[in-house]
Ligand binder design. Structure first.
Ligand code: FAD
Length: 433
């Protein structure tokens, strides 16, 4: 039996990684697993509570073994989407167009984003070539200066909320206990004898366990000093309503992702809405904490800055100008946490032997919902692949005097990290029923 087999495990956070971890532990036979979250699932603040996410090819790792880590992550994630009955129904192998429109953007595109160079990328370098990738009437724009690669299969998108809920339901079926609502709102980690022995929730309850797994995404720094290894950063997404005829026409489209301006996939099946993300290096919310430390503090908001709306409309102008002026039906900011090298942080805490960290999604953590929980379970069992272990390790030395403005290979918008403190105007979208 694996180490800790009979022991109790608490997972803080029932988001993307918390649910994946719960599922993997249950499948390995762990019997006493409890997950805590302040919200009923799907949590409205989970980065995974979204209509779709890209399953993409990019390299997010600058380390020596970067190629190995990226390829291994991609292979394991893809195996899950292709073969795991829990996740398979949510994967859409529609293909993927990745492109840019400035010389710098194009350089980054070929060096970093088209990782799987063996894959058959058809090169697109004219507006006609772009328009021909989708049925007539979808792409009507001029694609000014756009160039990029079209990979026709082996990439695509996933119905994110569906996959998240499927992981949750399967974990629950296998015996994992979920405590949600105020009773699941972890307010602090309980430290005793130089270890973390449990958590306290906002209703005053203490939950003790043999192992505590921190998987609360961008909120992790509120419970643990992560030594500046996480930068909570938000991105922006907006939906527009499509007609039933449009939904039909827009079915099974490849993902279109311009790394300098934004991306979209087909409209979601539940509400017939098209989601557009404007691409940029992200927004922070820096504050000086009571202890005098500078930290980016996440907050929830179902609106986006007007400047983000303007970028969404500029993206539509270049690609689908017939949709440019349609009112937004939904929008929100969505928080994720970036490590300095954008590698995950999945490790046992060096000072607290019962605490395991599963944080640092770094903007590409959703597509790994199929496999990331397996890495966490491997950490518990002390058998994580050596090169992944190095890449995912606790590494405060990489965050000393961290440059909080580093764009970390992201582009778009003003090509710099923005801060919500500078945002003057927000959208005014009526709340959903
Ligand atoms: P989350 O899914 O956010 O989960 C955190 C959980 O912790 C939540 O359920 C929350 O309710 C809970 N929590 C918070 N506070 C507490 C507390 N005090 N006690 C207990 N629980 C708590 N990735 C991709 O692979 N492809 C994409 O196309 C992609 N697009 C993205 C687009 C946007 C706009 C954003 C923001 C992210 C995108 N990502 C994408 C990244 C991906 O969504 C994240 O990396 C991933 O979802 C992170 O998972 P997580 O479990 O760490 O965090």
């Amino acid at each position: 039996a694996p180490t800790g087999y009979e022991g109790s495990i608490l997972i803080v956070g029932a988001g993307t990684w918390g649910c994946s971890t719960a599922l993997h532990l249950a499948r390995r036979g762990y019997k006493h697993v409890t997950v805590l979250d302040p919200y009923a699932l799907p949590s409205p603040i989970s980065a995974g509570n979204d209509v779709n996410k890209i399953v993409e090819q990019g390299s997010f790792d600058d380390g020596e073994d970067g190629g190995y880590v990226s390829q291994t992550l991609l292979r394991l994630a893809s195996e899950g989407w292709m073969n795991d009955p829990v996740f398979k129904p949510y994967y859409h192998d529609t293909g993927y167009i990745i492109c840019a429109h400035t010389p710098d953007g194009l350089e980054q595109l070929t060096k970093r984003e088209m990782l799987d160079q063996k894959a058959d990328f058809e090169w697109l370098d004219s507006p006609e070539a772009f328009r021909a990738t989708m049925p007539k009437g979808v792409l009507t724009g001029d694609f000014p200066g756009w160039k990029g690669g079209f990979k026709k299969d082996g990439a695509g998108w996933v119905f994110a909320r569906g996959a998240l809920m499927a992981a949750y339901e399967e974990a629950r079926r296998l015996g994992v206990k979920f405590i949600t609502g105020p009773q699941g709102n972890v307010s602090k980690l309980i430290e005793e004898n130089n270890d973390i022995v449990g958590v306290e929730t906002s209703d005053g309850q203490r939950h003790l366990a043999d192992t505590i797994i921190l998987a609360n995404g961008a909120q992790a720094p509120s419970l643990l000093d992560v030594k500046d290894q996480l930068r909570p950063t938000a991105w922006t997404l907006a939906h527009i309503k499509m007609s039933p005829e449009e939904c039909k026409l827009y079915k099974n489209l490849p993902v279109l992702f311009n790394i300098e301006s934004g991306f979209f996939m087909e409209p979601d099946a539940e509400r017939g809405e098209l989601k557009i993300c404007d691409e940029h290096p992200g927004y922070t919310n820096f504050q000086i904490t009571p202890s005098g430390h500078k930290a980016s503090i996440p907050f929830a908001k179902h609106q986006i800055p007007r400047e983000a709306e303007a970028r969404v409309r500029a993206f539509l102008q270049d690609t689908m100008p017939h949709l440019r002026d349609r009112p937004l039906s939904f929008a929100r900011i969505c928080w994720c946490a970036d490590t300095p090298d954008r590698n995950f942080l999945i490790d046992r805490h060096p000072d607290y032997k019962s605490l395991v960290l599963a944080i640092g999604g770094s903007g590409h953590g959703f597509m790994h919902i199929t496999s990331v929980g397996g890495f966490v379970a491997d950490v518990l069992e002390d058998k994580l692949d050596g090169r992944l272990k190095t890449a995912f390790r606790w590494r405060p030395e990489t965050a000393v005097n961290r440059n909080w403005e580093d764009v970390q290979h992201r582009r778009g918008g003003p090509n710099k990290v923005m801060d919500f403190g500078d945002v003057k105007e927000w959208t005014d979208i009526p709340p959903r029923q």
